[in-house]
Design a binder for this molecule. Sequence first.
Ligand SMILES: Cc1cc2nc3c(=O)[nH]c(=O)nc-3n(C[C@H](O)[C@H](O)[C@H](O)COP(=O)(O)O)c2cc1C
Length: 237
Amino acid sequence: MLNSIGLQNPGVDYVIEHYLPKLKKYDTAIIVNAIGNTIEDYVEVCRRLNDTDIDGVELNLSCPNVHSGCMAFGVTYEGVKEVTSAVRKVLDKPLIVKLSPNVTDITVTARAAEDAGADGISLINAFTAMVIDIEKRRPVLGNNTGGLSGPGIRPIAVRMTYDVAKTVKIPVLGIGGIVTGSDAIEFMLAGATAVSIGAGNFYSPDTSIKVIKEIEDYLGKHDIDDINSIIGTVKMN
Ligand SMILES: Cc1cc2nc3c(=O)[nH]c(=O)nc-3n(C[C@H](O)[C@H](O)[C@H](O)COP(=O)(O)O)c2cc1C
């Protein structure tokens, strides 16, 4: 999937007032994905979220579809460290930093997040990509480029998860092309403590439920009682 939907949303106050009460009805953890154009934006959004009963914040330092902020912070050690440190000062809740794959070495930005006090790292966001209409000789997307996600990026995401999990001590949340239980297991063997699903929800809104069922099938088939026992256990050739 190649998307450039941007980050339209009604704003943090509206989310707190109208979305959270509805989400609280579900028996699950609520982690809010937060964005900003400036460091002050990130800090202010997280300051307000800190006063709610959400379970944690995932800082999006990696959206490839916006012209300022976001990925601009997420591609250098200094940028990630600066935003994460600033947010850390106002947020007492668990803080996950979501990293961009549009870098030469993702372990550098992962270390920045850890050094700045993040509690976890999630990776990866989408790859900056372009498709050209050869008749019009123009990019297909109005924004020219978009974020590439879905099963095609999974092997890269698994490799990056492996690299980052070996580099940092904090937990890693794996993302990228997960549509089946075996996809999720791959990330966990590579070192992910948890996984997340993006494009898969567009194939089918119940992808997460199917993935959980298939993870359980795998654990049963291999007589594994505790899923934590498989984290990071890939045996390299
Ligand atoms: C339509 C769409 C919207 C997305 N919006 C966000 C977002 O608001 N914040 C964010 O951190 N990532 C966002 N992502 C990125 C996904 O969470 C995920 O990191 C990426 O797409 C790779 O995973 P996937 O292959 O499972 O989609 C979005 C992805 C898609 C496809």
